[in-house]
Design a binder for this molecule. Sequence first.
Ligand code: ADP
Length: 464
Amino acid sequence: MCTDKMNAMMQKEWFRHKKILVVGLGISGFESAMWLHSVGADVLVTDVQPLGEIRSAYLCELDMAGISVQAGMPLETVPDDTDMVVISPGVSPCMDALKAARKREIPVIGELELAFCVIDRPIIAVTGTNGKTTVTSLIGSLLDNAGISAFVGGNIGTPLIAYARGGKDADYLVAEVSSFQLETVHTFTPFISIILNISPDHLGRHGNFKTYVNTKLGIYKNQGPGQHIIINDEDESLKAVNIDSGAVVHRYGFMPDKMRHAFIDGHYVYASADGASEHLFSLERCRLLGRHNQENILAVVMCGLILGIGDHVIQKTIDEFRGLPNRLERVAEKDGIVFYNDSKATNIDSAIKAVLTLDPPIILIAGGRHKGADYGPLEKVSRGRVKMGIFLGEAGDMLTETFEGSIPAVKVNTMEEAVRRAYACASCGDTVLLSPACSSFDMFSDYVHRGRAFVEAVKKVLNG
Ligand code: ADP
């Protein structure tokens, strides 16, 4: 399976009575196991976490379906009689047991590849270091406004394989695709691929920036005639990319440029999907903040034009989208001090964008689990805009050392202490911004938990 252009029905048949090992029991592993079981595969699921750490609802459903689970030990070896291994995005394909399986010619694929092989619907796939969820959601709203049915999933929440299990029909699948997912695709071919930007992130998993960039660019490697690539050619890491593809390439960037299919001039988006007819969209009613979000809109507009969606529907989508929680979300205001929750800024570039977007003077709360990149560029853009840095978590000391000397900086131990310090030194007209530039896993279960802790601390501090 998955090696030639078999149709989705034949692909499903292939799995009957095959022995499939699913590695990782998060949402992707769970949905993969349930789908594989539904088409008659003999499924075994393994996870390094002990049973108590795994979601009990997954364990319960797998048990009811009669699917075996091995929990609490690392995968030492893949059994010889295994026909295929399906891994979750959180599982590195470089694990010794998986390397050994590949040597024995046991295919190792990810959930995204599995979904692509068995779902017979065109896919719009969105990747990039930042903005994926925003753009994926915007495209979901765009299709909805146009009366086109869509399943919106992937890294944004529900894995694509859940569509195969769901029984509902959709015209398109809109998929947020992470670099971890792209590590394990072979034949994955979207109808439209969108590459928003690439900046250093996840270097621990990918080893170096070059590998990370190449993994992201893998999104279009199988595309050809009749398919489309939308790429931000103003992005530092993308502008030099020479796309050798039979697919139609649509380049966009913020600054006006004749070579671009979409750009911004004043308050307007100028765009053309075919290079001939020009379309104009106003940004005056757009509620998303910042130049980076205007770039996101360019990608969405291009996607709409390729799909033949009417200008008024595209404009309505731009006007009505309210933004997502935990992304430059205005959460409180008191005494002329405004508080923003940007907890989803889990890397340096997204925090830089927040500092550049919001009105100075800014009191910046940042820190969390260090992901290997340099905080120097964040300190540089903060000069003259950030009046104080308040840092917490495992990266707290590193951030404090990077900032002090040019910007007052303190290290604190809790989110509440961070908000208390921020409020104490803020005056009317200041912005208090949580934009961590780090992942949340040192102190919180995820970025949503971190955002909630910030909002709760703000409420507590403001209410005395
Ligand atoms: P992702 O799904 O790629 O993590 P999100 O849409 O969830 O992206 O946004 C994550 C963070 O990145 C937020 O802080 C958001 O403000 C910021 N962001 C959104 N779009 C961009 C962009 N085009 N460039 C840089 N940062 C962005």
